[in-house]
Design a protein around this ligand. Structure first.
Ligand SMILES: [Zn+2]
Length: 664
């Protein structure tokens, strides 16, 4: 694409010293942006942006590749009402603009002579993560800044307007609260002002890179809880909920989150932020999010997702996973994933480290912190490992290819998903890093573990502010070799780069367990299948390892396991099961048919509807029900339990179950 040189001052930003990166001195005046969320319940956000400029042509751009999304998800199609104007020698003047013919995120404007400040107004239509009672601001919805300048070099001073009475959670530093030196902001000492129906809070200047990494949650029912008070820097969890009773988190959960803060200190031996805010939205409408940031994480779950220990099982690793990304993904980032501008495509081949190792550590730290029991850790690991073991697409596609293609695999549907193979770099990565951890433990006779590698790799440079330190694969190999001299390059090549039809179960087996399939669901799997979220999507129990079918709550087949019994009988995704063995379809009828066929030579008979046609199919399967679980191999070291033991002293409140009393 054609890019004009931005007529914008190159801005010299001085980060005072590595030890004090929280203080930012911009030597040029910053962009000023006011994000107005006062109409959030109407699904509209607004922004006023003042951009220092020089006369002549300028290109302005909104973010395209969103860090952590691993794909170009900037909502350019929803950005509306764009008006550029100036107040110059000829008074107030609205300027014409033209979108770039190739880069849809870029606007071209010509600044008249004698003008030093360009004003932009824009709106964004926001339909997700917003309800009548809460809103989440991801800055790509409103950010506008000069193109072609590294986003880490563009200073910007944000303000946020919310409906009166709504609280705000963010890692941004309010002006006047100390901790940030802000010359040239032009904002008075007061950190916020109130107009009828709305309150505006001003924040210290930062960079476009850091602002994009600093989301805001706001809501009528808001509360901020401090965590692990003895740990520096400070940690908080900010909660907004749709219902007034939900923001008040259980004492046990708060203790678990404080445990997590302490456990990360022991596991990663460093911190790379000036403050950390867990941002949590509890809503059945605005849920379904987990996005990492350097100094915060955006966690969106259902209203009651954390209301009890059993409810939180499905999301038990969410906070630990997104928090771990502050080290693995944000501080240490694959070099080609980290680009100087948000319009440069990210190269994602190393997300099996970024996401895969975080998947492993998130689950491990969730167990160490008490979000789930060691037994549930093993139960969930069994379910995940079985999925990888029965992922037929691994016959044609490597795990590395799922990483390279991450940006095109995020929106894939369930139909033939096992043959496509989706974002397996998460779960396969988890197995590979468990393999590495147990290998280090075994070969060093328990003197070392992956934790020693994490101290080196994630702790490089000691404690810092929110910096980004890129790496390439050879650094991983070199740091692992410091812990255990081994052919790590070949280790990862065999498991990640090469096509490998077998899932990596070595870590589980070296860890003292074996993955087996029996006719009994584990306690963990039962709890998962009984959870409200799961029932909504699946509903028909798990017949994946027996018949080779995934069936949603309405009885419609969403996936057929390639090479499985249902595939042999030519069933296909999209068919609705009307009847099984002469009985109207239900999860119980299906289970009964599988049981009956185990002691019979008769096939299981299906009546199926596809589009407007009805067909018959017989599945010749006699293996009975099959569910994955881990069984202990006696006489071997129990590394899985060693790995999930806390490294720090747990908060007593996390050890006893509170009001809901449903922990086993
Ligand atoms: Zn992640």
């Amino acid at each position: 694409m054609i890019r004009m040189m931005a007529r914008y001052f190159t801005l010299a930003l001085a980060i005072l010293a590595l030890g004090l990166p929280c203080l930012l001195h911009a030597q040029q005046p910053p962009i000023k942006i006011t994000a107005d969320l006062s109409e959030a319940p109407r699904k509209l956000y607004h922004a006023e942006v003042d951009i220092p400029v020089k006369p002549g042509p300028i290109s302005l751009i909104t973010p395209k590749w969103i860090p952590g999304n691993h794909r170009p998800t900037g909502p350019v199609e929803d950005i509306t009402g764009v008006v550029f104007s100036v107040d110059g020698p000829n008074g107030h003047q609205v300027l014409p603009w033209r979108r770039d013919n190739v880069e849809m995120y870029e606007y071209h404007v010509t600044v008249p002579a004698g003008v030093a400040m360009l004003h932009a107004h824009l709106d964004c239509i926001v339909t997700a993560r917003v309800t009548q009672k809460m809103a989440v601001l991801e800055w790509q919805k409103l950010l506008l800044y000069p193109a072609d300048i590294p986003v880490k070099d563009i200073p910007i001073q944000p303000s946020v307007t919310v409906p009166a009475g709504w609280g705000i959670g963010t890692a941004l530093t309010p002006i006047g609260t100390g901790g940030a030196a802000v010359p040239d902001t032009g904002v008075d000492e007061a950190d916020h002002e109130t107009t009828p129906g709305a309150t505006t809070t001003h924040y210290a200047a930062t960079t476009v890179e850091q602002l994009e990494d600093s989301p805001v949650i706001t809501g009528q029912y808001f509360h901020e809880f401090p965590l692990a008070p003895e740990v520096t820097p400070k940690h908080y969890i900010d909660v907004v909920s749709d219902e007034p009773e939900d923001w008040n988190l259980r004492p046990q959960l708060l203790a678990e989150i404080s445990n997590l803060v302490r456990e990360t200190g022991a596991a990663y031996d460093s911190r790379h932020y000036c403050v950390y805010h867990f941002l949590l939205t509890l809503s059945d409408v605005a849920g379904g999010e987990g996005l990492e940031h350097g100094q915060s994480s955006d966690n969106g779950v259902g209203e009651k997702a954390f209301a009890s220990q059993s409810n939180q099982l499905l999301d038990s690793d969410l906070l630990a996973h997104e928090f771990t990304h502050s080290w693995n993904g944000k501080y240490r980032r694959p070099a080609r994933l980290y680009q100087p501008t948000f319009e440069t495509p990210e190269q994602t081949d190393l997300v099996w480290v970024y996401e895969g190792m975080t998947q492993y550590l998130g689950n491990v730290l969730a167990a160490r912190s008490g979000f789930k029991s060691q037994a549930d850790y093993r139960g969930l690991l069994a379910m995940s490992a079985a999925q990888m073991a029965y992922k037929s697409g691994r016959d044609w596609r490597s795990t590395e290819d799922t990483a390279i293609a991450a940006s095109v695999l995020r929106e894939d549907g369930p139909e033939w998903a096992n043959w496509r193979r989706g974002q397996d770099y998460y779960q396969e990565g988890e197995l590979v890093w468990l393999d590495a951890d147990t290998l280090i433990r075994q070969k060093t006779k328990d003197k070392k573990s992956l934790t020693d590698f994490l101290h080196i790799f994630l702790g490089k440079g000691g404690n810092t502010g929110p910096l980004i330190v890129p790496y390439e694969f050879p650094e991983i190999v070199a740091d692992l070799n410091q812990v255990l001299p081994y052919d790590w390059a070949t280790f990862f090549q065999d498991r990640i780069d090469n096509i490998n039809p077998k899932a990596d179960l070595d870590g589980i087996e070296r860890g003292g367990y074996k993955l087996v399939y029996t006719d009994k669901q584990s306690t963990t799997e039962k709890a998962v299948y009984n959870s409200p979220v799961y029932r909504r999507y699946r509903g028909a129990g798990d017949v994946w390892y027996s018949l080779g079918l995934r069936i949603n709550g309405a009885g419609t087949i969403s996936d057929v396991r390639w090479g499985g019994p249902a595939d042999d009988a030519k069933l296909h995704p999209g068919q609705k099961i009307l009847a099984v063995d002469g009985i109207v379809f239900s999860a119980d009828a299906l289970k009964a048919a599988i049981k009956k066929a185990k002691n019979s030579s008769e096939p299981i008979r299906f009546i199926l509807q596809a589009d407007t046609f009805v067909t018959l199919a017989d599945i010749n399967y006699h293996g009975g029900e099959k569910y994955p679980s881990l069984v202990r191999v006696e006489g071997t070291p129990d590394y899985l339990d060693d790995i999930t033991k806390p490294l720090t002293k747990p908060d007593p409140a996390s050890l006893k179950s509170d009001t809901t009393g449903d922990e086993d």
